[in-house]
Design a protein around this ligand. Structure first.
Ligand code: ZN
Ligand code: ZN
Length: 121
């Protein structure tokens, strides 16, 4: 597929791919601007939409918070710290004894609580 400005798109993609923090569009914008000072927030949103439509990243939402972008495409769950907002990946827990023999096509499960550093305070 032909795309304009693939340099911008590649930069935005690599920021998300290299991050494990599930950045918001604003966070991607701030990071990308360090390398491309003329980049606009609108361009960031447009590229995020294209990357998601092409299946290269995934948009994730937790409660009323802003959309976040995830470069990890394999099935996984999320833990959301209700204190600092940190989002971490949780590997799938599809180990329920009732599951073998069934074909799971999708599921959604989010964990909310305190992350390690907030819990230690
Ligand atoms: Zn926390
Ligand atoms: Zn994730």
């Amino acid at each position: 597929m032909k795309r304009r400005n693939s340099h911008q798109r590649n930069l935005i993609y690599s920021i998300i791919k290299e991050s494990t923090s599930h950045p918001t569009a604003d966070e991607v914008y701030l990071k990308a601007r360090m390398q491309m000072p003329k980049l606009s927030l609108g361009t960031v949103y447009r590229n995020l939409g294209e990357l998601e439509a092409d299946g290269q990243i995934r948009e994730v939402r937790f409660g009323a918070g802003p959309s976040r972008y995830d470069g990890m495409l394999g099935a996984h769950e999320h833990f959301v710290c209700t204190q600092c907002g940190k989002v971490s990946d949780i590997l799938p827990t599809l180990t329920d004894p009732a599951l073998p023999g069934k074909a799971v096509t999708s599921y959604k499960l989010d964990y909310f609580g305190l992350c390690e550093s907030c819990n230690a305070k």
